[in-house]
Every structure is written in C-alpha cells, then in structure tokens.
Design a protein around this ligand. Structure first.
Ligand code: PLP
Length: 452
C-alpha cells in the first residue's frame, strides 16, 4: 500500500467523504487510520489515539476481537451470500432474529433486517403508514420527530431527522413529517427547572398533535438519548410525560435505538432504561459492534400482527437484508456481550465510574456542564460559566477542541460547541481515567489558543 503522504494525496484527489468540508481539509489532509486494538486506534503516522467515540458510536466490544473475525470467516466459507426474499432464509438470519427478540422488551417478537440504520428508518416510515392504512385509517400520515434528531442520511432518514443543514441540501424532504423541540435543557431550558422543562417539551408534542389533528398523526419518532444532536439526556420528567401524550392519542411510538441499543445506556436498549414500550425500534451499529454493516427494525406485537394478518406481501427489502456474514458476526457479538456481562458492567460499574470522573471536568473554566449516562457523555463549552454564554460561532470552538483532542491522542466529536463521547463498552477504569485526563489537557490547550 502507498505511504501515508501518497494516501493523503490520493484521498484528496478522489475520495468524497461523508460530512467533510473539502475546502477546509487543510495542508495536513485526512487522518488515515490503519490499525486498532481494544479502545485505541492508530493512524498511518504511528499515533495511538484513544477512541472516545467507538468509531461512530458502534464498536461496542472494542477493536481486534478475533471471535468476530472467526465468525465472519466461517460464515464466508459456509455460505457467503444468500437472501431472505421470497420465502427463503438461512441459519444466521433466523438465529439472530430469535436472539434479538429474546433480548428486546417482551412485546417485541419480530425483526425485519436491513443493511444500516438509515435503511431501518426508511423501513419504519413505510411500516408506520402501512399499519394505519391496514387499520382503515389511511389519513393517519403525519410523523412527528424532533429538532436535531438524527435518523440517517437516506431521504426518509434525513426527513425524519431534524437536522436543518441536511434539510437544506438536496431536498425536498418526504412530506408529512414535522419536528418539535428537543429536550435540551442546557441549551434551551435553563430558565426553568429540568423537570419543568421536560414537561414543557411534552406539552409541545401535545400542542403539535392538536394542531395537526390527532386522527392525522401516525407516529412519534425519537432517540432515547439524542446522540448526533449532542448527547442530549432528557430530564427525568420527559419520557413519562411523552408516553402519556402518545397513549392518550393512540399514536405509535418509534424509539430509534441505533445508538442507545446494545448497552450504551447500561441496558440492552434505551427503551428499557426509560421504561418505554415502543411499537417499532430501528437498530444498527452496536448490533455487530460495527464490524460489518447490519441493521433492522424490531416490531412490537400490535404492529406485527396487523402487518402479518391483514397485510399480505410487504413489497420492501434490501439485497443485504439479514446478510448471512453480517448476521453471523452480529450473533457472535451478542453472544460475547452476554457471556462477558458487558451491559451489566456498563450499568453497575463503568457508567457510574465515568459519571464521577466526567463530572470533575465541570471545574474547568471552559465547561458549563458535563453530563453522562451509561457510556455516553457531553461537555458544554461556554465563554462564561455563570450565564452559559457561548463563544462566537465564527470561532468554531468545538471543531478547534476536536482537532486538539486528536493531537492530544483522543477522539471526541464536536456538535457545535458541545463535545461528545461514546467509548467502547469494554473500556477499563484506567482507560476512563486516561480519557478524562486527555479531555482536560485538550480543554487546557483550547483555552490557551483562544486567549493567545
Ligand atoms: N439513527 C441514529 C440514532 C443514528 O445515530 C444513526 C447514525 O448515526 C442512524 C440512525 C443512521 O444509521 P446508519 O449510518 O447506519 O445509516
């Protein structure tokens, strides 16, 4: 393979990366990651970096797990491909379906496989509208999502999501989708207590339903904790109040578990942590610890029964729905997570351990809030700690801090001036200490450059 410098040149000339501003690539070009082990990645220049993001919130079991490599290799040898169309299937898809339904909340007993989280949300959109059509209420078309929610990059995924810059590019969005405010207390609610703000967000849902007419609203879609929006952990009052509104109006609940599923919040699903009873749960990412692409939609009994009993054939599916090699790796991943008690360790040990260490960063002059739940966390960078005033947008402080983190040896993601972490679920106490130390060093350096 060519050396690092040549790879960077070729990358600049030929490779269009997702979510990258090419004009802003700068002299140094892209970072080229060549190797990884445990919670560390290594770039082509030999730097070892603690991956505080588990790739894209997905490498839950960490890097270098030979068992997952063996599972892929054995399945590639046995049956590298077959599909699940037209009444055919294969052992890995069936076994994975059974395992997932066993781990999911008790009322979820079916799964539809996809290749990604975005495809899972495309599937959700079609299933929701089809469900209401089969129930004889085809006018129930509206889907309510949330500002800054992220549900993928396909047209349906980005339409369900509430990321304004995505809506502005390559639209129009899918019609019949609207967004309400996010339960982002630090950013939008500090004139109230968190509890009052959580209830106010549920009132916003109620108001939107009234506006649209409850007989026109099909579903509400949300992440348990908003990930790409900035690791937004809702106030405790939020989910109970949202649930009450949806139940009263008979509106389906779609809980996007693409990030929160598979242990991130210390339970198998975020829905378990928040005691939700979703009708549909899109999943992906941690399902295979990111080793191979696979996603799906877990379907609750009331939707599944209608689709099956009254729906006939569902004209929907992907060539790689339940791909045997991806399914075999996902199955092994879930097997290892169960055998090693990974989810319980996040809940009982690593989550509480991170919480105290992470909170200590609130003493830093740049930090207005440090929050975490399980192994997801955020730091709010502010210009003034008392008022919570932000730095001028033109300074792009979050991106500056993210780049300094890389130099310091840590991957943190920036969402505006919110820094986010979501490390592998196999991180040790010592590695958590290192993560927090590196984050503090990067903040010190960010402050130094801002005041230089
Ligand atoms: N849903 C959520 C909550 C996500 O965070 C993501 C990706 O980050 C997606 C859906 C889309 O998943 P994918 O990138 O696999 O299409």
């Amino acid at each position: 393979s060519p050396g690092a410098a040549r790879l960077k040149e070729l990358d600049r000339e030929h490779h269009l990366h997702p979510f990258t501003d090419f004009k802003a690539l700068g002299e140094e070009g892209s970072r080229i990651i060549v190797d990884a082990e445990g919670v560390y990645i290594q770039d082509a220049d030999g730097h070892r970096i603690l991956d505080g993001m588990a790739g894209l919130w997905c490498v839950n079991l960490g890097y270098g797990r030979q068992e997952l490599v063996d599972a892929a290799s054995e399945q590639l040898t046995q049956l590298p491909y077959y599909n699940n169309f037209f009444k055919t299937t294969h052992p890995p898809a069936v076994e994975l379906a059974e395992t997932l339904c066993r781990l999911a909340p008790a009322h979820m007993n079916r799964v539809f496989f996809t290749g990604s989280g975005s495809e899972a949300n495309d599937t959700v959109l079609r299933m929701v509208r089809r469900y209401w059509a089969l129930k004889g209420q085809p006018e129930k078309q509206w889907i309510i999502g949330r500002e800054n929610g992220y549900h993928g990059s396909t047209v349906a995924g980005m339409s369900l999501g509430g990321m304004a810059p995505m809506h502005e590019q390559g639209g129009p969005c899918v019609p019949g989708i609207t967004h309400i405010r996010q339960p982002y207390w630090f950013g939008e609610g500090r004139d109230q207590t968190p509890e009052a703000f959580g209830r106010a967000c549920a009132e916003a849902l109620e108001a939107r339903i009234q506006e649209l007419g409850s007989d026109k609203v099909a579903a509400f879609i949300a992440e348990p904790v908003q990930g790409a929006g900035g690791a937004i952990i809702p106030p405790d009052s939020y989910w109970p109040a949202i649930k009450e509104v949806l139940e009263r109006h008979q509106i389906l609940l779609v809980v996007d578990e693409v990030i929160c599923g598979f242990g991130r919040l210390g339970e198998w699903f975020g829905s378990v942590h928040y005691d939700l009873k979703p009708d549909l749960m899109p999943i992906a990412k941690g399902l295979s610890s990111g080793y191979l692409p696979i996603g799906g939609v877990l379907v609750g009994d009331r939707v599944a029964e209608t689709l099956i009993d009254e729906g006939g054939e569902f004209y929907h599916g992907f060539t790689y729905s339940g791909h045997p090699v991806c399914a075999a790796v996902a199955l092994k991943n879930l097997e290892l997570m169960q055998a090693e008690g990974v989810v319980e360790r996040v809940r009982d040990d690593l989550g509480p351990y991170l919480a105290t260490r992470w909170k200590s960063l609130e003493s830093h002059p740049l930090i207005g809030e440090a929050r975490s739940l399980g192994l997801i966390g955020a730091l709010e960078i502010v210009a003034d700690k008392d008022s919570g005033k932000r730095f001028d947008k033109s300074l792009a402080v979050g991106n500056l801090c993210r780049d300094i983190c890389f130099e310091t040896g840590l991957v943190m993601r920036s969402v505006g001036d919110t820094m986010v972490i979501s490390p592998p679920l196999v991180i040790s106490h010592d590695e958590i200490d290192e993560l927090v130390r590196l984050a503090r060093e990067a903040l010190d350096e960010t402050l130094r450059r801002l005041t230089a």
